[in-house]
Design a protein around this ligand. Structure first.
Ligand code: HAM
Length: 418
């Protein structure tokens, strides 16, 4: 008995008809990141559970509720990575990369969070992320944010940059204590989630989206008013840097991020095309993380983009999916032609000309239909007569016009018309 097995909920296939969009996003990222000196790193999708518990934070939703955790045959507690920063930092430390001075790394790949799936929110999703290590100065914050703006601009994506400073170990603890007391006093006006967060992670309460909480949270004390001198100067310099680079931003006093490692700069790019899950990218500074994970004190700043969300925006913009079409589709007219198409196809491919053929052979009508389906620019019929004369006709699939061509010249002619 046959059994149909469907894919896992919240984990998607990207079919060949759509994959051109993904390849475009990734190719543009590689191109832009290289201009800024970022180099690719590839780390495993599975890491020790402790890496995320310590790195991202035990109290975060990501670690406490959303991680896929398993025992490796009773040996070690492992997790599918919910994000890319912790693993990148682990690799940075493990390979002693800090001895080489400041480093800029990027990665792309699948991440896993067991969230409730909805538009723009999946259980397996893909991030393109950047991490810059070793520079505490605000110049790198501005440069990195400007790079991300550059990237989105290159794709024609309009997104709003929201910027905030979440303080550091010098100024945040006192603020958190005050915020907590303030939230406790107003617990009756807040939702259950806010009340839970007040106890576990009061900063996250500011991020609540429940409409009835908004008027209350609008009044909450602002970290921006309580920053220490160092954080205030840093934030001012980041803003000045962005101004100098012509990158527009909105300071969002209630912007906090869902991961514990952030200090000072925190930012997100959001798009109206996305609905509820509006963040297309998010990031910030994490100056203590390398040390927390056992490395020498090393400042860092990074971001990650959601590839699914980027594709949703491009779809909303009705941008066509880039496709690479074969230049020519080879059609066999008879037995001699069936042999010849394979030989000609091999020669064309060797010359760098994309071509295709219908491996089933058979009726002309069926082969030409397949040529249309794959979007070939030309069709070329080969049979005994063409093999004997070394001449064939190149048929333009759009205009249907036919041009005679010598088979010996075919690769050169098609390369010229590409
Ligand atoms: P994050 O804000 O959790 O940050 O995720 C970054 C981006 O990944 C989001 O803006 C969103 O586009 C995408 N994303 C997150 N969760 C999902 C999901 N369930 N489905 C689809 N897309 C999703 C981080 O992960 C940090 N590691 C970013 C960072 C790097 N900070 C410093 N360096």
């Amino acid at each position: 008995m046959s059994v149909k097995i469907s894919g896992v909920k919240g984990m998607n296939d990207v079919l060949p008809g759509q994959v051109g969009r993904w390849q475009e996003l990734e190719a543009v990222a590689r191109e832009i990141f290289a201009l800024y000196g970022y180099r690719e790193v590839r780390t495993p999708v599975v890491e020790p559970h402790a890496l995320f518990a310590r790195g991202v934070g035990e109290g975060t939703d990501i670690v406490s509720k959303e991680m896929y955790v398993f025992e490796d045959k009773g040996e070690e507690k492992l997790a599918l990575r919910p994000e890319g920063t912790a693993g990148t930092v682990r690799a940075f430390i493990e390979h002693g990369a800090f001895v080489e001075g400041p480093q800029k790394w990027f990665y792309m790949g699948p991440m896993f969070r067991r969230e409730r799936p909805q538009k723009g929110r999946y259980r397996q999703f893909h991030q393109i992320g950047c991490e810059a290590f070793g520079v505490a100065e605000p110049a790198i914050d501005a440069e990195q944010i400007a790079m991300l703006a550059d990237y989105l601009g290159r794709l024609g994506v309009q997104a709003t940059l929201k910027l905030n400073s979440v303080g550091d170990a010098a100024c945040r603890p006192a603020y958190l204590a005050d915020l907590k007391a303030w939230l406790v006093e107003r617990a009756g006006q807040l939702c259950a989630d806010c009340r839970e967060r007040t106890q576990k992670n009061p900063l996250r309460a500011l991020d609540c989206k429940v409409p009835s909480c908004q008027p209350v949270l609008e009044q909450a004390p602002r970290l921006g008013d309580r920053l220490c001198g160092g954080c205030r100067d840093h934030f001012a310099a980041v803003k000045a840097g962005l101004d100098a680079l012509g990158v527009a931003y909105a300071v969002e006093p209630r912007l906090v991020r869902g991961l514990d490692y952030y200090v000072r700069t925190a930012y997100e790019f959001t798009s109206d095309a996305l609905g509820a899950q509006s963040a297309v990218a998010g990031g910030g500074r994490y100056d203590g993380l390398v040390e927390t994970l056992g490395g020498p004190p090393t400042p860092g700043i990074g971001f990650a983009l959601g590839e699914e969300r980027l594709t949703l925006i491009l779809e909303a913009l009705q941008r066509p999916v880039p496709v690479r079409r074969p230049a020519v589709f080879l059609i066999s007219a008879d037995e001699a032609g069936a042999k010849e198409v394979l030989r000609v196809a091999a020669a064309l491919r060797k010359a760098g000309v994309a071509c295709d053929l219908d491996g089933r052979g058979g009726k002309f009508a069926r082969q030409i239909k397949q040529a249309e389906r794959v979007g070939a620019r030309y069709a070329l019929v080969l049979g005994g007569a063409e093999v004997a004369s070394g001449q064939a006709k190149l048929k333009d699939m759009e205009t249907r016009a036919e041009t005679p061509v010598a088979l010996a010249e075919l690769a050169a002619v098609l390369s010229r018309s590409a």
